[in-house]
Design a protein. Structure first.
Length: 624
C-alpha cells in the first residue's frame, strides 16, 4: 500500500497540489487523469522519489518494489532477450519463458529476440524498456502513456496483461477506452485537488461535476443569505426594538465564510477549418507499390478512392508500412509504381508527429500558428494555442525550447487554422491529454472534408472509421466497413487474453511448479479450441446487438425528420398529416424500445457466455 498524505507541491508561482491525500491499496489498478501540466507525471516522481513534496509525505512499505519505465535508453546486453531478462527478479533469473512471452506480446518476433537492441527503432527500444519493467514483477507498476509506441495488437495484449495484474498499478494514458477497461479506481487531479473514486473515468468526472454543481449552488445560496442579512442590518440598524436581531445578524454575517466563484476552465473544444469541394471522387490512388532502397517492398498494388466525408483509418502492426502509406497518399513520398490523382479543388493537410522541420525555431508558438495561414487573426491563434495546451504565457515560448511532444502539438495547431478538405493524420493523439483527445475526436467527426488517419486508439476506430486500410499477414488490404464489423468478420487473429493468462502465472510458485497432466502444446490446442467456441457462440449475439444499434440509429434519425414534419403540419393545420406522422412516430419509438430491450438481454447473455469461457480459460491456465 502506498500512502500520500497532505502533499503540497509548487513550481515557481504555480501550485500543483494543495494538501492532497490518497492511498493506493492492495491489488488496486488506479487510473490517473487530469489535464496536461496539472501534475500527473509529478505525482509519479513523488512516488518514485525523483522529486520531493514541499510539504506532506509519501509512505511506502519496507521492501516494496516499484517498477517504472525510465526515459533513458541504454542497453548493455547483446540480444533483446538478454536485455529484457535483466529485469527478472533474482528468484526468477532462469525463467526466460516469461521474458519471451512478454516480448512476444509487445510485438517482438522470435528472430527479433536474438538481435541486438541497437538494431531497432526508438519505438521498439521503448518497448524493450517496458518489457524489462513488466518481467521485474514489481509490487507497484507505474505506467506513463504505455500505448504511445505500441501497435494495436500489442495494445490489446497489454490491456489483457494489466487487467490480470495481481498487485498494484498506477496508470496514465490519453486513451480513455484503454484506461476504462483496465482500472478498478480513478484518481482525478482537478483545481489542485485530488479525488479518488471507485470505477472508471466516467465515475470520476461525474463526481467532479456533481461536487462543482453543489459548490456553486451553495455559493449562490450563501450569497443570497448574505445579501438578505445586509439589507436587514442596513434597514433596521436604527430601530432600538430590533437591536438584538440586528446584532445577531451582524455576528452571523462576520462568521460566514465567503466562497469564491470557481474560475472558469478553458474548454478544449476546437475544430478543423474546411473548404468546399464538389465531386464524388476527391482522390484516387491506383496500384501503388513502394519499398525503401535496400529494404523489402512494404506496399504492393494498393488502390484506394476517397469520396466526400470518408473516414478511413489505417491500422496494423508497427513497422509494416502504415506511415509510409500515409506519406505516399499525402505526396510526401513518390511511389515506385502506380498513380495518384487529385481533384482540382483538393486542399490536403498532413500531420506527422515527427515532421517538425517546418517549424521556425525563432518564432513563438503563437506566431508560428499565426503564420500558418494569411487570414488567421491573433485571437484565433491564441485560442488554438490554448486548445493545444499552450495557455497564457506558454503561447509566447520560443519554438526552439519546445520538447518533441510540444512541437507535435504546434504542428497540429497549424493544421487547425488552415482551410482544408482532405486530412492525413498520423497518430494525432500521442501527445494530447484525455480532454484534448475527446476534442480531437469531435473535430474529426465534425470536419466537412475527408480524413485518412493512422491510429491504434480503438475508441477512435469505433467512433470514426467508415472504412479501414489493414496491414496484416504481410500485406495491405481495404476493408469496406466499420471497425466493429472488422472485428466481427475478420478480427486480429490474436489472443491477447490467452497469452496473458499464461504469462501472468506470476504467482511464481504456481508458474514454476512441476507441470501437471496437460503439457504446454496440448494446453495451447485446448485454449485455441475454447476461444474458437467462444467466438462462434458469441458472434450471433454481437451481430444481433449490432443490428439493434443500427435500427435504433435509423429510427432516431426518422424521429428527427418526423418532428420537423409535425411542426410544418401543425403550422399548416393539416390534421390528416398529423395523424399519419403520429403513427410513424409511435412505430419508431416502439422500434427503439425493442432495440434497447434486445441490447440489454443480449448484453447480459454475452456477459454470461464470456464469464463461462473465461472460467474455462483460467482453469486451463492453472493446469499448465
Amino acid at each position: 500500500m502506498v500512502n500520500l498524505e497532505n502533499i503540497t507541491k509548487s513550481y515557481g508561482g504555480q501550485q500543483l497540489f494543495d494538501d492532497v491525500s490518497f492511498k493506493i491499496n492492495t491489488r488496486e489498478r488506479v487510473g490517473l487523469v487530469g489535464r496536461n501540466g496539472h501534475g500527473k507525471t509529478t505525482l509519479f516522481r513523488l512516488i518514485t522519489g525523483e522529486e520531493e513534496a514541499d510539504s506532506g509525505q509519501v509512505t511506502i512499505p519496507k521492501n516494496y518494489r516499484i517498477g517504472y519505465v525510465t526515459q533513458h535508453i541504454r542497453f548493455t546486453e547483446e540480444t533483446v532477450l538478454e536485455e529484457a531478462a535483466l529485469g527478472l527478479p533474482d528468484h526468477d533469473s532462469d525463467q526466460l519463458w516469461k521474458v519471451e512471452k512478454i516480448l512476444a506480446g509487445l510485438g517482438f518476433s522470435q528472430e527479433a529476440m536474438g538481435q541486438h537492441p541497437g538494431d531497432f527503432s526508438g519505438g521498439f527500444q521503448v518497448r524493450l524498456n517496458l518489457a524489462r519493467v513488466l518481467v521485474s514483477d514489481p509490487d507497484l507498476l507505474l505506467l506513463d502513456e504505455p500505448t504511445n509506441y505500441l501497435d494495436i495488437t500489442s495494445i490489446r495484449w497489454i490491456e489483457g496483461f494489466l487487467k490480470a495484474w495481481p498487485r498494484e498499478l498506477l496508470l496514465i494514458t490519453h486513451d480513455r477506452g484503454f484506461m476504462d477497461r483496465v482500472v478498478s479506481h480513478t484518481v482525478g487531479i482537478h483545481r489542485g485537488r485530488v479525488r479518488k473514486v471507485t470505477g472508471n473515468t466516467e465515475a470520476c468526472y461525474t463526481q467532479i461535476a456533481q461536487e462543482e454543481e453543489i459548490y456553486e449552488k451553495t455559493r449562490l445560496n450563501d450569497e443570497k443569505k448574505r445579501k438578505e442579512m445586509e439589507q436587514f442590518i442596513s434597514r433596521f440598524r436604527a430601530k432600538a426594538r430590533l437591536a438584538n436581531m440586528v446584532q445577531s445578524r451582524v455576528k452571523t454575517l462576520n462568521k460566514m465564510e465567503k466562497k469564491d466563484k470557481l474560475a472558469s476552465l478553458d474548454t478544449l473544444g476546437f475544430s478543423f477549418r474546411s473548404c468546399p469541394i464538389k465531386g464524388k471522387q476527391l482522390y484516387t490512388a491506383e496500384n501503388l507499390s513502394f519499398g525503401y532502397d535496400g529494404g523489402p517492398e512494404l506496399i504492393r498494388n494498393f488502390s484506394l478512392t476517397l469520396g466526400p466525408r470518408d473516414r478511413i483509418c489505417v491500422v496494423g502492426q508497427n513497422g509494416r508500412g502504415k506511415t509510409t502509406l500515409l506519406k505516399l497518399l499525402a505526396g510526401e513520398l513518390t511511389p515506385k509504381a502506380g498513380t495518384i490523382t487529385h481533384h482540382p479543388s483538393a486542399a490536403p493537410g498532413f500531420y506527422e508527429q515527427t515532421n517538425v522541420s517546418s517549424i521556425n525555431p525563432m518564432r513563438s508558438v503563437e506566431d508560428e500558428i499565426l503564420c500558418a495561414h494569411p487570414d488567421v487573426e491573433r485571437q484565433q491563434a491564441r485560442n488554438i494555442c490554448g486548445a493545444m495546451m499552450f495557455e497564457g504565457d506558454q503561447a509566447l515560448k520560443k519554438c526552439s525550447v519546445l520538447s518533441g511532444g510540444e512541437k507535435s502539438r504546434v504542428m497540429l495547431g497549424k493544421l487547425l487554422v488552415t482551410p482544408l478538405n482532405l486530412l492525413f493524420l498520423d497518430e494525432p493523439t500521442n501527445h494530447l491529454d484525455m480532454e484534448s483527445c475527446d476534442s480531437l475526436m469531435a473535430a474529426v467527426d465534425n470536419f466537412d472534408g475527408t480524413v485518412v488517419m493512422v491510429t491504434h486508439n480503438e475508441l477512435f476506430l469505433h467512433a470514426v472509421a467508415t472504412r479501414l486500410v489493414v496491414f496484416r499477414n504481410g500485406g495491405v488490404e481495404l476493408f469496406d466497413g466499420t471497425y466493429a464489423e472488422f472485428l466481427e468478420k475478420v478480427g486480429w487473429g490474436d489472443d491477447p487474453e490467452g497469452t496473458v493468462s499464461e504469462t501472468l502465472a506470476m504467482d511464481t510458485e504456481e508458474a514454476s511448479a512441476p507441470k501437471k497432466s496437460v503439457g504446454k502444446k496440448e494446453s495451447r490446442k485446448l485454449r485455441s479450441a475454447i476461444i474458437s467456441r467462444r467466438n462462434k457462440e458469441t458472434a450471433p449475439l454481437r451481430k444481433k446487438m449490432a443490428a439493434a444499434e443500427e435500427a435504433i440509429d435509423a429510427s432516431e434519425k426518422e424521429i428527427n425528420r418526423i418532428n420537423d414534419d409535425l411542426l410544418e403540419a401543425t403550422q399548416a393545420g393539416d390534421s390528416g398529416r398529423i395523424t399519419s406522422l403520429s403513427k410513424e412516430l409511435h412505430h419508431h419509438n416502439s422500434v427503439i424500445d425493442e432495440g434497447f430491450e434486445v441490447l440489454e438481454t443480449s448484453s447480459d447473455e454475452l456477459d454470461r457466455l464470456e464469464a463461462s469461457f473465461n472460467a474455462e480459460l483460467e482453469e486451463l491456465g492453472g493446469a499448465v
